[in-house]
Design a protein around this ligand. Structure first.
Ligand code: SF4
Length: 141
């Protein structure tokens, strides 16, 4: 079973209330079974919501309690990001997910690159970091 960042499938779940539909991905998934997931919504955050980023390090540091996720409004949304990752982990276990297509550069879904404020740095988002620990193959889209 495959997990996919919902915003890539046309679901308007991004912080700005929009999606980032990826037609090539949709075509490649034709006929496949997959689960759309938005970790930030699963964590209880509203849509639209304030843009957020990891303050230091990456998702692994957030999961370990060494870093926080803050938003443009100055709020600390670390707990919601961790909850969203843990809820996604439940879906991985329930559906025996082995592979995930995740939206690049997101503080939740980013694989390999994330933002610290306006700076693009090396690292994974909070949910991506947890999925890697569960041996899910991650593809950045
Ligand atoms: S990148 Fe991930 S958390 Fe952000 S809107 Fe898309 S699915 Fe939701």
């Amino acid at each position: 079973m495959i997990l996919v960042s919902a915003c890539l499938l046309g679901i308007n779940c991004r912080f700005d209330g929009q999606s980032r539909t990826n037609e090539a991905l949709l075509s490649s998934l034709k006929g496949a079974y997959y689960i759309p997931v938005c970790p930030e919504q699963l964590g209880g955050l509203p849509t639209p919501r304030s843009r957020a980023w990891i303050t230091a390090g990456d998702g692994d540091d957030v999961l370990a309690g060494r870093a926080s996720v803050i938003n443009e409004a100055g709020g600390d949304v670390t707990a919601q990001f961790i909850k969203g990752a843990l809820e996604t982990e439940k879906l991985v276990a329930l559906f025996n997910v082995k592979k995930a297509y995740l939206k690049g550069k997101s503080p939740s879904c980013g694989v390999g690159k994330i933002y610290h404020g306006k700076d693009l740095v090396t690292g994974n988002g909070v949910c991506a970091a947890l999925l890697l620990r569960k041996n899910v193959e991650l593809v950045s889209v």
